[in-house]
Design a protein around this ligand. Structure first.
Ligand code: NAP
Length: 242
């Protein structure tokens, strides 16, 4: 069984790659620039008794996403699980929002997910089986000032998840999403400390989530334990969005 995890050199993607390796998958660790970190993840995958490869590709570019899927299918024969995880955040208020950041967010967080889903679904059709898991965010349905663009990309992913679930169900392909709240990764480093403390006060569990919390849900969604689930967005946020 083969799983591709986009943006797996660190953060949530890394935890998903390691968890899927532990579950017995051969794991493709996609990254954008940090080869050394991706190599470290591959070494950890191997230490868990599994195998895989690292693959540098900017998944916001259709040609690179397609080439990666083609090469992976050639190397391993099939693709069973896609974790569409690579994403960026650009927090900006409407009046200072730049077109560059608007494009960057949509290119990766929306178009990149479509490119990867399309390329992988084409391979999954043959087996009449496959799983696509999209990394959304609570920001897709819960509004935070400064996140109009990021939230819009994640809202788009929620809608895409439900629609693709309906389109692909006849071909045995399930599509679900995870919607994390605040998870301890490098992505959160951009948030000022006082803002983080404010969030901790409003999260009912009064703590940040860990990457392993998200990876556990991804493991469940990838497995046959969730075989009657499709088109669902599972929120993992310590109660933030309640
Ligand atoms: P992160 O720590 O910033 O890691 C981002 C990963 O994406 C890295 O592996 C990076 O590779 C890769 N990447 C960036 N641009 C890419 C591109 N164009 N093509 C391929 N890979 C690319 O992020 P994270 O916090 O783990 O977040 C992962 C996902 O969870 C994102 O979709 C994010 O929106 C979502 N999420 C995160 C949180 C949170 O609190 N952290 C909350 C909700 C949702 P390099 O190392 O090579 O740059």
């Amino acid at each position: 069984m083969v799983a591709i995890v986009t943006g797996a050199s660190r953060g949530i993607g890394k935890a998903c790659a390691l968890r899927l390796a532990k579950d017995g998958y051969t794991v493709v660790i996609n990254y954008a620039s940090n080869e050394a970190k991706a190599q470290e993840v591959l070494a950890e995958v191997r230490a868990l008794g599994s195998d895989g490869m690292i693959y540098k590709a900017d998944v916001s570019k259709k040609a690179e996403a397609n080439q990666m899927v083609k090469d992976v299918a050639k190397a391993y024969g099939s693709i069973d699980v896609l974790v569409n995880n690579a994403g960026i955040v650009r927090d900006e208020l409407l009046l200072t929002l730049t077109e560059e950041n608007l494009d960057k967010c949509f290119d990766l967080n929306v178009k990149g997910y479509f490119y990867m889903a399309q390329a992988c679904a084409l391979k999954m059709f043959r087996k009449k089986k496959g799983v696509i898991i999209n990394m959304s965010s609570v920001s897709g349905s819960f509004s935070l000032p400064g996140q109009s663009v990021y939230g819009a990309t994640k809202g788009a992913i929620n809608t895409m998840t439900k629609t693709l679930a309906k389109e692909l169900a006849p071909y045995g392909i399930r599509v679900n999403a995870c919607a994390p709240g605040f998870i301890e990764t490098e992505m959160l480093e951009a948030i000022p400390q006082e803002k983080k403390e404010e969030y901790l006060r409003v999260i009912p569990q009064h703590k940040l989530g860990t990457t392993a919390d998200i990876a556990a849900v991804v493991s469940f969604l990838a497995s046959d334990e969730s075989k009657y689930m499709t088109g669902q967005i599972l929120t993992i946020d310590g109660g933030l969005s309640l």
